[in-house]
Design a protein around this ligand. Structure first.
Ligand code: FAD
Length: 625
């Protein structure tokens, strides 16, 4: 009997982008296949086993709010949780979890294997062709041909991957993984432009060889916070991370090794992530600094392997080891794996629409590191958008895009398709103009309605979302109309050093004081306890959301007004309206850039580097005509 390899959607690559893409498409009812080179390495964390961090944590929460798996799997695999930037305003709060690398991968695989409409297949995709009947034919190295309406490519760092340690190079998609040999050529044949980027990773250390008394412990938080808006919460015990610093002796060894560094001897030409530099780049870029911080992080509960964050290197292995052994905690260190760098192909993301579909190839989507980004969260955010759009396309429905004021994922994709990339793109809060709107606490309010609409959310997520919304509404209404008397709150205010009340004051006004915590105020004054959910995680979420709204309502309102103004430009659709090359009123640069990007809206046109406000005025006038 012949097996049937016809699908609505085929996703190539089960990394962080591919898993979310395949899961979303399948949940929406598309018959989906996730085709990947090694099923033992699904959602493998190629570098640091951690999810989240500044701005990345917001993206992970957004993926979760959209019905994705990253948050749920992170909660199942987390071995340390922290809310970063707590000392700053809530726009900057960013969750981060250290994860058990193997548990993360196993949990993701378990969930994907149990997703309806989703089939997994281990193989290497080689040749992609568009057939006349609007189907793609995708041939694998084992000679199997898939037919699919939509194909999503999420091949990460694997396309013609070349790894470097010193002068030695080994082809591979990442350590111990074969590279993907044929796909770039096949996509180039379809007309896509590719280029090269590079990234790197540090050594992995055997815990038993570390002198922990020379390190400072860095412990996580034990509160009710978690990554997912649903789910069972964190399952694994919390483990400490550890910190120390490099020394001038370490730098001396590294400096001596520089002539053998592929980054400095001309062997690697591609650009790497500026904000994740190797240790050798740090000592070259900051010659006056004689110390850099290092973080020793556990890789899981069942392993002695530890990750040395901050020590990414592609120097020869003996240089890496000699340098490390100059650090007191690593005097007798024994390593499991060396650090290395990798060069790989990516595709210029300005070739894509906001849906992540290739402008010139109907039904072909690209997501993740292949679009010039770096990071698991950036990959997952693109993956879920590509997956939703592929499923919508198969169903003949309107596409799904996110605006810059709706999600960091919207900012990410708009930046990619509008500005392109010349170095690996990672997300920062500074890339978003509406940071106070795009908080980690309100990702569900912003995005779960889309998950409900498109069918990516489970019944549990929808029910929990509406329950939370009801409690939130009730608390907000109650806080706006309830006045607390001085005698009920003054003891609490005195305890926290806040000015006592001389007359009754509304709860919302009290909470707007920076030092007043809504939860503590409730306990102290004994009011509206019944309005809170019993479940600890949900209760914490409701209180956090309400408190942020009360404390920052002025800022939130101002950003919302700015976003609304910008929406007017976003509403002016210009794709297909102009032959830019014929508009002599525009600057030459604007003509070239507008022709290349072919922006969807006037607002997108205004964000293209090289397109000035006067070029936008010209387009506005022409639109008026
Ligand atoms: C050495 C190294 C260091 C890194 N350092 C950092 C860092 O410091 N900071 C950071 O943020 N990120 C870092 N990253 C990047 C991070 O791992 C990626 O951003 C993230 O994994 C991208 O996710 P993805 O889903 O796009 O691709 P990946 O996670 O790379 O997954 C790609 C998947 O596609 C599969 N695949 C590829 N080609 C084919 C094919 N032809 N057929 C079938 N399957 C295929 C692979 O088997 C794999 O499962 C590093 C990566 C590497 C390799």
């Amino acid at each position: 009997m012949k097996a049937d390899f016809t699908y609505d959607v085929v996703v190539i690559g089960a990394g962080h982008a591919g898993c979310e893409a395949a899961h979303a498409a399948a949940r929406m009812g598309a018959r989906t296949c996730l085709l990947t080179m090694d099923m033992g390495k699904i959602a493998q964390m190629s570098c640091n086993p951690a999810i989240g961090g500044i701005a990345k944590g917001q993206i992970a929460r957004e993926v979760d709010a959209l019905g994705g798996l990253m948050g749920i799997v992170t909660d199942a695999a987390a071995i340390q949780f922290k809310m970063l930037n707590r000392s700053k305003g809530p726009a900057m709060w960013s969750p981060r979890a250290q994860c058990d690398r193997m548990r993360y991968s196993a949990e993701m695989r378990r969930r994907l294997e149990n997703t309806e409409n989703l089939h997994l297949w281990q193989d290497e995709a080689a040749i992609l062709k568009k057939l006349d009947d609007n189907f793609f034919a995708l041939e694998t190295v084992w000679g199997i041909t898939f037919r699919a309406r939509c194909v999503i490519i999420t091949a990460g760092t694997f396309l013609n991957g070349l790894m470097h340690i010193g002068r030695r190079t080994v082809p591979g998609g990442r350590s111990a993984d074969a590279m993907s040999k044929y796909l770039t050529f096949s996509l180039q044949t379809l007309g896509l432009k590719s280029a090269r980027m590079k990234t790197g990773t540090p050594v992995r250390i055997d815990k038993r060889s570390v002198r922990f008394d020379e390190l400072a412990a860095d412990v996580g938080e034990e509160d009710a916070h978690r990554f997912s808006f649903i789910g069972e919460g964190r399952a694994l015990p919390s483990l400490p991370c550890w910190t120390c610093n490099t020394t001038p002796e370490v730098h001396e060894v590294l400096r001596r090794g520089l002539p053998e560094s592929p980054l400095y001897n001309g062997q690697i030409q591609a650009t790497g992530p500026r904000y994740c530099p190797s240790i050798e780049t740090k000592i070259v870029t900051f010659p006056d600094r004689d110390t850099h911080p290092l973080f020793l992080e556990p890789e899981g509960v069942d392993t002695n392997e530890m990750y040395l964050n901050g020590f990414s290197s592609s120097l020869p292995f003996d240089v890496q080891l000699e340098a490390l052994r100059k650090i007191p905690a690593f005097r007798d260190v024994s390593l499991y794996r060396p650090g290395y760098a990798i060069e790989y192909d990516y595709f210029d993301p300005t070739q894509l629409r906001h849906t992540l579909e290739v402008k010139t190839i109907d039904g072909l989507f690209l997501a993740g590191q292949v679009n010039g980004t770096t990071g698991y969260e950036e990959a997952a955010g693109q993956g879920i958008v590509a997956g939703i759009n592929a499923a919508l396309k198969c169903a003949g429905s309107a596409p799904f895009t996110l605006q810059r004021d709706e999600a960091y994922i919207g900012v990410l994709i708009d930046d990619l398709v509008t500005k392109g990339v010349d170095e690996p793109y990672r997300m920062f809060t500074s890339r978003a103009e509406y940071r106070i709107l795009l908080r980690q606490d309100n990702a569900d309010v912003r995005l779960t309605p889309y998950a409900e609409l498109h069918g990516t959310a489970t019944a549990e997520r929808i029910s929990r979302f509406h329950t939370k919304a009801r409690f939130y509404r009730e608390i907000m209404e109650f806080s706006h109309r309830t006045t607390l008397k001085p005698q009920s709150v003054n003891p609490y205010l005195a305890r926290i050093g806040s000015v006592p009340l001389s007359h009754g004051t509304k709860i919302t006004d009290l909470v707007s004081r920076p030092e007043v915590k809504l939860d503590d105020l409730l306990v102290a004054s004994g009011v509206f306890r019944d309005l809170l959910p019993a479940e600890a995680g949900l209760r914490a979420e409701v209180l956090e959301a309400a408190e942020v709204e009360m404390k920052y309502s002025g800022y939130i309102l101002r950003e919302r007004e700015l976003a609304e103004k910008m929406k007017r430009l976003e509403a002016i659709r210009i794709r297909g309206h102009f032959d830019y090359s014929a508009l002599s009123q525009l600057s030459t640069e604007a003509r070239q850039k507008l022709s290349a990007i072919d922006p969807e809206t006037l607002a997108q046109a205004s964000r293209i580097p090289g397109v000035s406000p006067s070029d936008i005025s010209v387009l506005l006038v022409l639109m008026g005509r």
